[in-house]
Design a protein around this ligand. Structure first.
Ligand code: PMP
Length: 388
């Protein structure tokens, strides 16, 4: 049993039922007489785990046959580079542009820390990045990350990014607590890329609309060490000599991962195994729609406390408030340390905001129980009453 209320932003709470199963199977995995930590990634029982995990991702997210599901390493951060390398080498992407012209720019929709970092990584590698907007430097959303500027402000490459190699965005900004309320409306000719690291499997997503979707597992799907990538297969055909591209490491190559079913080299076996159990846990609870309902119930327990408060303030515009990471400041910042200490005393942990923004961050990932949110809501009411 989990004995604290874990509101951490990642790595974060995992379902207790899953951890109990891991514990039960730890010394004897699938009747092998070995721990899952000890078996070959080329063994039949482990092959079964990868197959199973892939099938469950397909089922949970409704991944069509046009797309592959990959399990890769290096965290979501590695995908910032992999996305660019793979797409700039793609025949489908490059053939939209005349032969012999420089590699096309990619449009980045920057709504917070993680989309900004993704844009910075591509710039660092020499890619042409067009920041269509940075929400922290927008006339309408101001200097902090508190939402998505209106489309009229977006400086896209061509109408609705038609002339961009791809459009990149982060569905849920973990640090800033900003979540998109819809898929950005981009031109059908361009490729849409999305980082769903911190809201994966928390609401339905129309995978067919995306070229690439990726997510580090360590928030909503499992332990750290594995990243799930969903990629449209036709994008993996390489451009010809008319469209030169930068050669890139084998380990970033989605086509290599696809051709080897995520077993090109030694994968993070334990992390994939635990993810598979979490996927099953989600399936048994109504799948992604079930998780969306759980999320609404948790927000319903928390939101009245915030709405009725003069102490807790969420800077994010209501429409873009994350369902996963509720970011708060205290109108009396000097009370922050006391708030966190009091929470800790009651077994409510990992509530401190990201070091770059401060304040408090309440992460409400899939595995977090409603009872934890109710406990926190009650504490927040008590704390405010005591201090005002
Ligand atoms: N994207 C998002 C939305 C994240 O929250 C994080 C991690 N907090 C990352 C990317 C980076 O993930 P990783 O640490 O797995 O590289």
């Amino acid at each position: 049993m989990t004995h604290v209320h874990n509101f951490g932003a990642g790595p974060s709470v995992l379902p207790p039922e899953v951890m109990e199963q891991v514990q039960r199977e730890m010394l004897d995995f699938a009747g092998t007489g070995m721990s899952v930590l000890e078996v070959s990634h080329r063994s039949r029982p482990f092959d079964q785990v990868v197959n199973d995990a892939e099938a469950r991702v397909r089922d949970l997210l409704g991944v069509p046959a046009t797309h592959s599901v990959l399990f890769v390493q290096g965290g979501a951060t590695t995908q910032f580079a992999a996305v660019w390398y793979n797409l700039l080498a793609s025949q489908v992407v490059r053939s939209r542009f005349p032969a012999g012209t420089p590699a096309p720019p990619a449009d980045y929709l920057v709504t917070g820390t993680w989309s900004r970092k993704a844009a910075e990584e591509v710039t660092r590698l020499g890619g042409r990045v067009n920041v269509a907007f940075d929400a922290a430097q927008s006339p309408s959303t101001g200097r902090a990350y508190i939402g998505v500027p209106p489309t009229a402000e977006w400086q896209t490459t061509g109408p609705r990014s038609r002339d961009a190699a791809y459009v990149y965005y982060c569905d849920n900004e973990t640090v800033n607590g900003v979540e998109w309320d819809a898929v950005p409306d981009v031109h059908p000719d361009t490729v849409l890329v999305c980082d769903i690291s911190s809201n994966a499997m928390s609401r339905p997503i129309d995978v067919a609309r995306f070229g690439i979707i990726f997510a580090g597992a360590q928030k909503n799907m499992g332990p750290a060490g594995v990243t799930v990538v969903i990629v449209r297969n036709d994008l993996l055909v390489r451009a010809g000599p008319d469209h030169p591209y930068v050669p890139f490491p084998t380990m970033l190559d989605y086509e290599v991962a696809r051709a080897h079913r995520s077993l090109y080299n030694t994968p993070p076996t334990f992390a994939i195994y635990v993810c598979d159990l979490v996927f099953k846990w989600i399936q048994e609870r109504g799948g992604v729609a079930g998780m969306a309902e759980r999320s609404q119930a948790k927000l319903a327990a928390l939101t009245p406390v915030l709405d009725g408060s003069t102490l807790y303030r969420c800077p994010v515009a209501a429409r873009y408030r994350s369902r996963m990471n509720v970011v708060l400041t205290l109108t009396r910042p000097e009370l922050e340390a006391a708030f966190l200490a009091g929470a800790q005393k009651r077994g409510m942990v990992q509530l401190k905001g990201h070091r770059s923004v401060g304040g408090i961050r309440i992460s409400l990932y899939n595995a977090l129980d409603l009872a934890s949110v109710q406990a926190l809501a009650a504490y927040m009411v008590d704390f405010e009453r005591e201090h005002t």
